[in-house]
Design a binder for this molecule. Structure first.
Ligand code: SF4
Length: 308
């Protein structure tokens, strides 16, 4: 594990390639939450406050109902606090204080900002109940004007992918360095999506087609522990670990024939054994399906290379 003082990105990590891979993966497919389809700061703030305590699936219904009832900050500012708290309770949205703060924040926007939401993370933090995380999320998703969001999911991803030490300042610095400038909306959505559907506590690197497999330290080493995952999550076997090894070995060579690749992946590789050619062909074929590897027949030999 690295230590925080001197930590920098490994030399073989090309920031732009890492950024492009993640954004492409996110744009190709992601969970379609309704608040991802709006850039209205009020609607986004409501979704952020609700999501702090409640599973996203349940927030969808509550969010739509809340906005139907109070569609603007002006409408919410005019509401009776008891009604807002009553709504919160009826949808089991957690601490009622959040409802009170949201109500108060709507009044602030109306009274202090003339009905127009502030647009920077610093100003947004002036709103009642809006901490640094929420301010940054609203600035990013509403105004594309935020910093890199760092939550538990993002820490887990960075820790696993780049072996970033478990230290808040370092996470902040690395997340900031990695975010493409001026792209906070898509970037923060994408990295949070990665933590939410691929790099979960038990990761699904291959199944979710994680775009960072070729750089990922955890994928390469098979150590999927993380700050919030202190013990190794259980997998259906070591198959995904082995796929990671294939990728990391192929990174170092232009191409390798099966029997040259095999022993570099497993010390107990033997061409006709249980972990032999047939087994390795299976791994390569999965990796080829995932678009990571190319497998070709050359002069009677099967040769694998990393897809460029
Ligand atoms: S390869 Fe796996 S462990 Fe690494 S970032 Fe992707 S999902 Fe997480």
């Amino acid at each position: 594990m690295s230590t925080s003082e001197e930590w920098t990105f490994p030399d073989d990590v090309d920031h732009e390639a890492v950024q492009d891979a993640l954004v492409e993966w996110y744009e190709a497919d992601h969970r379609d939450f309704p608040w991802r389809r709006t850039d209205d700061a009020y609607e986004i703030l409501v979704s952020e406050v609700m999501s702090q305590q409640t599973q996203l699936g349940r927030v969808v219904e509550a969010w739509a109902a809340f906005l139907e009832r109070w569609p603007t900050t002006a409408a919410l500012a005019d509401a009776d606090r008891a009604d807002v708290v009553g709504f919160w309770t009826s949808y089991s949205l957690g601490y009622n204080n959040r409802a009170k703060y949201l109500h108060e924040a709507a009044r602030q926007v109306e009274d202090e900002y003339d009905g127009a939401f502030p647009e920077t993370p610093d100003e947004l933090q002036e709103l009642m109940g809006v901490g640094p995380y929420t301010a940054n999320a609203v600035a990013s998703f509403a105004f594309d004007n935020g910093d890199a969001v760092v939550d538990t999911n993002v820490k887990r991803v960075l820790y696993r992918a780049f072996d970033v030490p478990d230290d808040d300042e370092t996470f902040e610095r690395v997340a900031r360095d990695l975010m493409p400038p001026g792209e906070s909306r898509v970037w923060n959505n994408a990295i949070m999506e990665l933590g939410g559907v691929a790099c979960e506590k038990t990761p699904s690197c291959d199944e979710a087609g994680c775009p960072w497999r070729e750089w990922c330290h955890a994928y390469e080493t098979g150590d999927f522990t993380a700050p919030d995952v202190p013990t190794q999550p259980t997998f259906e076997g070591s198959r995904r670990q082995m796929r990671g090894r294939v990728v990391s070995v192929l990174k170092e060579y232009d191409e390798l024939a099966l029997d040259t690749l095999g022993p570099r992946v497993r010390v107990d590789y033997s061409p006709d054994g249980e972990h032999g050619r047939e087994w390795l062909r299976g791994l390569l074929s999965d990796l080829a399906d995932d678009g990571l590897v190319t497998v070709a027949e050359q002069e009677g030999e099967t040769v694998a290379s990393l897809r460029q």
